[in-house]
Design a protein around this ligand. Structure first.
Ligand SMILES: C[S@@+](CC[C@H](N)C(=O)[O-])C[C@H]1O[C@@H](n2cnc3c(N)ncnc32)[C@H](O)[C@@H]1O
Length: 258
């Protein structure tokens, strides 16, 4: 297991995310099933985070290899610990997806497939993202991904606005139509793009507040003085009906033209 130059530290807390990311791990299992694998492929996990989904991917590749890529140093440190036992077959790469290209992956490019879960909406230039992915997937190779869709976490966005904050994060929740068109322009074919609601309830106010603080509100929270962080998240949590985050997922299956 090796890692290369790591992009500037982001403010994700890898260990905390790893503890809280049960919803993402659950969705990731479903997305992973959509990859057609013989077991000996090389697969890029684009935005591997703390490695929970990566681990499931490695289970499906007994004779294959995974390139686990992420821009966050903290996430990669947590992923390194989690993926220790797979070290012969996984390579950690610290790079921004907007800088991804064949030279980033060296001998591992082109990959047979790219998987990405809960990541693309954090990358706000999808034209460049898909174009970059097309340069590292072999002709005919698969792209299987899921991220936030248009309408994702609207009740959180409304609650934040009610507290006088226009945007709590720099995310892009794209529509199916614009995503299909972007994939086509980037050189993908056989594209299927669709959305599904994933309303996600939390067992207690504290659990919901923790999750909002570490994931959905993370970027805005980092701009607040420490004493104001928890109260802000608690007020957003209190405004969500049924202690539920109204997630909507954007699903992508495509092949690189070949
Ligand atoms: C919510 S986590 C998802 C992690 C994992 N795939 C999962 O499903 O649990 C989003 C990840 O995307 C990464 N990320 C966001 N923008 C990125 C970018 N431009 N380049 C590379 N990674 C990025 C973050 O560092 C973070 O680890």
């Amino acid at each position: 297991m090796s890692s290369e130059s790591v992009a500037p530290a982001s403010d994700w807390d890898g260990a905390r995310y790893d503890r809280l990311a049960d919803p993402q791990a659950r969705w990731g299992d479903t997305v992973l099933e959509r990859l057609q694998l013989a077991g000996d492929e090389t697969v890029l996990d684009a935005g591997c985070g703390s490695g929970r989904v990566t681990e499931q991917l490695l289970e499906r590749l007994p004779n294959g290899r995974v390139i686990a890529l992420d821009a966050s140093r903290s996430m990669l440190e947590t992923a390194r610990r989690r993926l220790e036992r797979w070290q012969e077959r996984v390579r950690l790469v610290g790079v921004d997806l907007l800088d991804l290209g064949p030279s980033t992956l060296g001998d591992d490019a082109p990959v047979d497939a790219a998987l990405s879960t809960a990541t693309f909406h954090w990358v706000t230039d999808h034209d460049r993202l898909f174009a970059n992915l097309a340069t590292v997937i072999r002709p005919g190779g698969q792209l299987v991904a899921q991220c936030g869709a248009e309408g994702n976490i609207e009740s959180v966005v409304r609650a934040v606005r009610a507290l006088g904050v226009e945007r709590a994060g720099t995310w892009l929740y794209a529509s199916t139509e614009e995503t299909s068109e972007r994939l086509r322009r980037a050189g993908f074919v056989e594209t299927r793009v669709w959305t599904n609601p994933e309303p996600t309830p939390f067992p207690s106010d504290a659990d919901l507040t923790d999750f909002l603080e570490a994931v959905c509100l993370r970027e805005h929270i980092a701009t607040l003085p420490p004493a104001e962080r928890r109260p802000f998240s608690e007020r957003v949590a209190a405004a969500l009906p049924g202690r539920t985050i109204d997630y909507v997922r954007l699903n992508i299956i495509a092949r690189r033209a070949g």
